[in-house]
Design a binder for this molecule. Sequence first.
Ligand SMILES: NC(=O)c1ccc[n+]([C@@H]2O[C@H](COP(=O)([O-])OP(=O)(O)OC[C@H]3O[C@@H](n4cnc5c(N)ncnc54)[C@H](OP(=O)(O)O)[C@@H]3O)[C@@H](O)[C@H]2O)c1
Length: 262
Amino acid sequence: MGVLYMELRPLGDTGLQVSPLGLGTVKIGRTLQVKYPRPFALPSDAQVVELLSLARDLGINLIDTAPAYGIAQARLGRLLPGPRDQWVIVSKVGEIFENGRSRFDFGYRYTIAAVEESLRQLRTDYLDSVLIHSNGDDVRILREEGVVDALERLKERGLIRSHGISSKSVAGGLEALSRLDLVMATAHLDYDDERPVFEAAERLGKGVLVKKGLASGHLANRGVEAAMRHVFSLPGVSAMIVGTIDPDHLRQNVAAAEAALP
Ligand SMILES: NC(=O)c1ccc[n+]([C@@H]2O[C@H](COP(=O)([O-])OP(=O)(O)OC[C@H]3O[C@@H](n4cnc5c(N)ncnc54)[C@H](OP(=O)(O)O)[C@@H]3O)[C@@H](O)[C@H]2O)c1
């Protein structure tokens, strides 16, 4: 175990306890159609094991993944060091990334089948959370599609422990807070548009996961600690998900998070 170790905190009212820094897994599964500053190659299996073991040793228990992240779920299923109950695995549903393109399905039947497939890929019998992987049409999806009912059903069956949305709008984030357990929203030093969602989540005691807190890496040259200080100063934040495949960056991020936490 390293000197640094993340202290767990509640993910809203889900009963789940998460490290304030979570590990994003886009870059272990997909290289196409991503918004990172530099091109990259997928890490080898050995590198993924090293990264996941390091994350665990630094006290990170929160892993964010999705079917749309290429082979990320399958690799986690094979390579995530045990035991299972030490990890909080968050996946998503609704976005399908195939042949370099995304398409979306938020129907009831698709949602059930896709989550069952995620369980197979991840080689587990439950997911800690499944988020609607929104295409931006948040409110319509929440009101008109079958996905919310399907996630409720999956929760009743014990296959998922909580549900939420990775939202892209204030209206969608707010709507989700009344129907789902948590929201994954974007915030960083140059983007504050979704603040009303954070404020409402804090009032309601709901969990918020922050995505793109480093603006997909574009903010790193302005100081990771400054970026994290900003994110952790926002109301309602449970954890910040940062994607990295670089062990040095992971260590640096844990140190920065420790320094930045209020
Ligand atoms: N649900 C959604 O719709 C959605 C959308 C986007 C993202 N996400 C989730 O949120 C996670 C994070 O989002 P993101 O990957 O777009 O953005 P991010 O976490 O803001 O940035 C990731 C980028 O920052 C770089 N980075 C990380 N730590 C660094 C450090 N200490 N110094 C320099 N560069 C550093 C990484 O490169 P290195 O690998 O070189 O460290 C990577 O290219 C994703 O992995 C995913 O799990 C979800």
